[in-house]
Design a protein around this ligand. Sequence first.
Ligand SMILES: *Cc1c(COP(=O)(O)O)cnc(C)c1O
Length: 963
Amino acid sequence: MSNAKSLEELEQKQDFIRRHIGPSPAQVSDMLSALEVSSVQELIDQTVPASIRLEQPLTVGESRTEVETLSYLKSVASKNKVFKSYIGQGYHPTNVPHVILRNVLENPGWYTAYTPYQPEIAQGRLESLLNFQTMTLDLTGLDLASASLLDESTAAAEAMGLAKRVSKAKKANAFFIADDVHTQTIDVVTTRAEQFGFEIIVGKAEDAVNHDIFGALFQYPTTSGEVVDITDLIAGVQSKKAIACVAADIMSLLLLKAPGKLGADVVLGSAQRFGVPMGYGGPHAAFFATRDAYKRSLPGRIIGVSKDRLGNDALRMAMQTREQHIRRDKANSNICTAQVLLANMAAFYAVYHGPQGLKTIAQRIHRFADILASGLKAKGIALKHSTWFDTLTVVSDNKNDVTARAIAKGVNFATNHEGEYSISVSETTTRADITELFDIILGEGHGLSVDAIAADVEANGSESIPASLVRDDEVLTHPNFNSYHSETDMLRYIKRLESKDLSLNHSMISLGSCTMKLNATAEMIPITWPEFANLHPFCPLDQAEGYQIMIGELHDWLVNITGYDAVSLQPNSGAQGEYAGLIAIRKYHESRGDAHRNVCLIPSSAHGTNPASAQMASMKIVVVNCDKNGNVDMADLKAKAEEVSENLSCIMITYPSTHGVYEETIREICDIIHEHGGQVYMDGANMNAQVGVTSPGFIGSDVSHLNLHKTFCIPHGGGGPGVGPIGVKSHLAPFMPNHSVINVPGTNIGNGAVSAAPYGSAAILPISWAYITMMGSEGLKQATEMAIVNANYLTHELSKHFPILYRGRNNRVAHECIVDLRPLKELSGITEMDVAKRLQDYGFHSPTMSFPVAGTLMIEPTESESKGEIDRFIEAMVSIKGEIEKVISGEWSIENNPLVFAPHTQGDVLGNEWDRAYDRFYAAFPVPAVAKNKFWPTVTRIDDVYGDRNLVCSCPAVETYRD
Ligand SMILES: *Cc1c(COP(=O)(O)O)cnc(C)c1O
């Protein structure tokens, strides 16, 4: 084969790159002339300091076409062996209702939305999340629920943190974990406890009461399947003024008494088996509920009911000021991006099946467990427990024979406990499967008839759930769970909610620091392939060869792109990556006898997750000032580094800075920190301005997290999922997270886990893998360059009308810019909030508001937006400026203008009364472009104060629908 490529081949190779990048070549040259440069290269030269420019191109390969990429990935995926999983331990096969699969998981209307910070254009997913909370409350029997955490194990770690804060056992420093809690949860909670300096005691559940503890965690049913009445255990813990936490299986709660009713203070668990594929470990949403009294301590977001300006019910995120990353160094957890898309899927699963349907599914699962148990017992097989919901543990002296027979038939059992194996049946189990299980365990020719045993179980009932634990209350009585059981109704419900939300399939979402770029369809296709979707995270490694290849390639590419030596893919959000990175730094210092190094320097401009993560790693935070240009104040940095030198652990710094410029002194900053024996943590959320042009490793930092859900095209999901891998230099590599069930190669054996699954949210890694494959080294660099071109063009045009807060060398910005609205606010009284809401009338999501500077908008267009779309956004901003000027000139009063009444709903504009100083048509169609693609917010401006004063976090009672 000759090396020379045909013209057709070259054309095809470039195909994906030009589709990912928004502006056409003609638009690029228009933008370049507006910027008065002759080439992209000239702009990059003006923008990126020469000292940090990569000398070598990336080596991730050449761009490949969509077709080539998917066909290769399919061949890789097919190396995964999709066995029937009876492993359980927190992960179960599930039937994803197809109406949800296609219309939620595979639908950009749902997966490309942002976290609902602009509630007027997010009522759909807010309603769905309220369903999630209502479902959580009903099933757990508690008063207050949050709208999803990262996974069951981190939720348990959050429960421990909450217990410490609210327990009246103030002197106690130990947290008890029953030894029959899932292994990975013990692992993740222990990692967290180590950081906080808490002692962990693992022992028999009954033993909890004999220790001096501030809290305890039980599993319900236990990891080996026993259904234990924990009422007395809970009371025992509470008699010591400690907090009783229960990790519960969501499906079992349809049949078992709610842990809240047994007295638990906190109930948490995974919502995975409510219609979310196992995906080799994630992503899935965790649920979390507690008592009303602990509402200020509740981790994660809470969706609440409030009123809009016209007095209609409207949803929003409640008590946002207690959102952890907003509390910075006062945070008691570091959750930002969570698992909204998956929480929505689980909530829709409950809506689709309704209480009766869910109960039928749970009963069927339980009946299969009964049938299996009955047959095994009839053949003299010893079961470890006499109670169960879905999991049987067999005490066995021929475990190896049985598991070998299972493997030969393409079946996995849980085998990680000495001398026993466990079988968890699931929604997908059939009678034929039970026969197969008998064949495996008993050998063929056992003579058992599943139908006969089933009839027997049916006739005689079963005592495998203790009478005291049989659930007798109604759940999910709200109309939302009782109205949409035909596919037609369900489809329309999903569509109705989707239509209320503004996503990337409507218009650009120019949120600075969030990098809302294209999530290409081809990248999304593989995640629902059964070969990726249906693997259990603890299946034998030789069944996950396809995953290992894909993860291995992604790992190597990320190493190349970041300039580091090793990458861990375990953290399932940016903030979790920060946490994992800080743990690595801490362990590194400890390994050198420098355990006392615990001070973390953080510039005042940092994202709130930075101090929150430092807090989670029990570091002492020292804030470094920024100068008037928004750069780190070098004199202050030097002074503070000097002052804490002995105890300096690290600095956390974002690059390019949160002010959207390439700080010239970044190498010097790294040197100063290193001279004082510290490590440099570079927050990689802004990697979209680095890929292929520079890299954190090249610049001189030691560790970074990447947000694969920003730079590497995993969609934001309406607030998650995310993946926050960390890259490290070789000296930190041994200290990256490991896992107690599945060993992660390359890290120290003793290292704890930060996520429930060894590779975190493995199922969405194909998205980033496909992005890198289709872009190739050249395309990735072009993407960065075009992000810079777009940002500079937008800055240039907007600067004719608004002051731009910070600029770097040659008056250029990096990939985002900050528009300063404070001078206009001073003159007019119109706030940044008014501008953000008015943008909704123009069909746009607001840019990032008041971060990192209050009274400003931070705008990041990304490379994926065309000049046409950017021009429409500019037109909207300029038109809004004109509106503000009318307020300044007195043509409109500050009380009566389209800004303070924004956003306008159809009901508002078409209502019978109209006493505004502007006309109705102008309210809704302020510029002609809007009419072509009008987006109607469904509620008017929402009253946050009302909602926080009257906190309601479950679906409002039916009566409120009637008024
Ligand atoms: C988004 C972001 C984070 C946090 O990432 P999550 O995935 O939301 O936890 C951290 N730092 C910066 C600068 C960010 O923009």
